[in-house]
Design a protein around this ligand. Structure first.
Ligand code: PMP
Length: 390
């Protein structure tokens, strides 16, 4: 018998996610995990969602179980548009495509814009599954230098002029993995550079609603010059539940049409029943009140992590203090290695994610990402004691 033909080059050359492998190690019972960015399951509004599914079935079971349009259920597109509008971004339902998680939005924009060899700019470090998606498309990934506040506009301008990229991918608010937020003046500068030099912006914002202090900043998409060149991704994962797999894409008309075409080929449409139940939920429950409760709980958890990190990490370590989101980004002192520490920590029943895989440029072996949303403050304190032992 002859062997089967080889897998496509794109999957043979793309590395599996380091985080999925770490999650496998840390799924052991009793482990306290600062690793995965998992929302706290005890904060899911399980009763509210169950009632919304019941109502969606009672009202229109046949429709809920039927094929539907690629663009998404009209009432959910309306509800998403109204939320964006209410936060200062003029949006109508036709500007919005419902996606199977914001992860699918990333894939659709990649299919719509990126061919083999096209240059894509990314923050350094950045979201791992975005790096994977761009790599699968054959993109040439170019890291943009960042400091504690994110992208350095002068460096961005110089790279755009030199490399002529198609796209900048950015998570400007409470970034994964660093928790960093791009300040207002830099947002305006990035939008201006994109407009002047000709660049698409892919603005990924799954964390913006999880703000524990400080004032909300406008989306890049709302800036003069960026309106006609920004694809904005949003998600119900962090404010409702990630298992719903519901997100959205807001984009200029031509790009949205291309994304709809790509989605037809990918999955025809996002689950009708999940869309109708979520639309029902948004109609009958005050999501903002629910998010306020989640924020209050997460603020306490963030503060517990920040209060104990100094005693847990080796002297000379540094870390930031994000105003929202799920992650703290830390750096061990000279001579330490986060991957070596991870092994020690895992053996003691505590986990985090070494930072190196998040870099498109030169990895920092001393960096690590700690998520604070999954466990209570007491569990966080115990996790930090184990980390100190490691
Ligand atoms: N973008 C970023 C920056 C993320 O951190 C995540 C989830 N970890 C996603 C997109 C995907 O989220 P979802 O598909 O659940 O909306």
């Amino acid at each position: 018998m002859a062997p089967t033909p080889a897998l496509a080059d794109r999957v043979r050359t793309t590395k599996p996610s380091a985080i999925r492998e770490i999650l496998a190690v840390t799924s052991r019972p009793g482990t306290i995990s600062f690793a995965g960015g998992l929302p706290a399951p005890e904060l899911f509004d399980t009763e509210g969602l169950r009632a919304a599914y019941d109502a969606a079935f009672a009202r229109s079971a046949r429709r809920a179980l039927q094929y539907s349009t690629t663009e998404g259920a009209p009432e959910l597109r309306e509800a998403v548009a109204a939320r964006l509008h209410g936060r200062g971004l003029p949006t109508c339902a036709d500007d919005v495509l419902i996606t199977t998680g914001s992860q699918q939005g990333l894939a659709l924009i990649t299919t719509a814009l990126i061919g083999p060899g096209d240059a894509v700019l990314v923050e350094d470090p950045t979201y791992l599954a975005a790096l994977q998606g761009f790599a699968l498309a054959g993109a040439r990934l170019i890291p943009v230098p960042c400091d504690e506040e994110g992208i350095l506009p002068d460096a961005l301008e110089e790279i755009v002029a030199r490399e002529r990229p198609k796209l900048l991918y950015t998570v400007p608010t409470f970034q994964n993995p660093t928790g960093r937020t791009l300040p207002a003046a830099r947002r305006a500068a990035v939008a201006e550079i994109a407009a002047r030099l000709g660049l698409w912006l892919l603005e990924d914002d799954p964390y913006g609603d999880l703000r524990y202090e400080g004032r909300a900043l406008p989306w890049l998409a709302a800036h003069p010059g960026a309106e006609d060149r920004t694809a904005l991704l949003g998600s119900f994962s962090k404010v409702m539940a990630p298992g719903l797999r519901l997100g959205w894409l807001r984009a200029p008309a031509a790009l949205l049409r291309a994304a709809v075409l790509a989605k037809q080929a990918a999955d025809l449409h996002t689950s009708t029943v999940d869309q109708l139940a979520t639309a029902e939920y948004l109609r009958t429950v005050d999501l903002d009140a629910h998010v306020a409760r989640v924020r209050d709980a997460y603020r306490i958890r963030r503060d517990a992590l920040l209060a104990g990190l100094g005693a847990a990490l080796p002297a000379g370590s540094t870390w930031n203090r994000p105003e929202g989101g799920m992650f703290v980004w830390a750096r061990l002192p000279e001579g330490h290695d986060a991957t070596a520490l991870f092994r020690e920590a895992a053996a003691r029943g505590v986990a985090f994610v070494p930072g190196a895989p998040f870099f498109a440029g030169t990895p920092d072996p001393r960096a690590l990402r700690l998520s604070f949303t999954t466990h209570t403050a007491e569990e966080i304190e115990e996790g930090l004691r184990r980390l100190a032992g490691a």
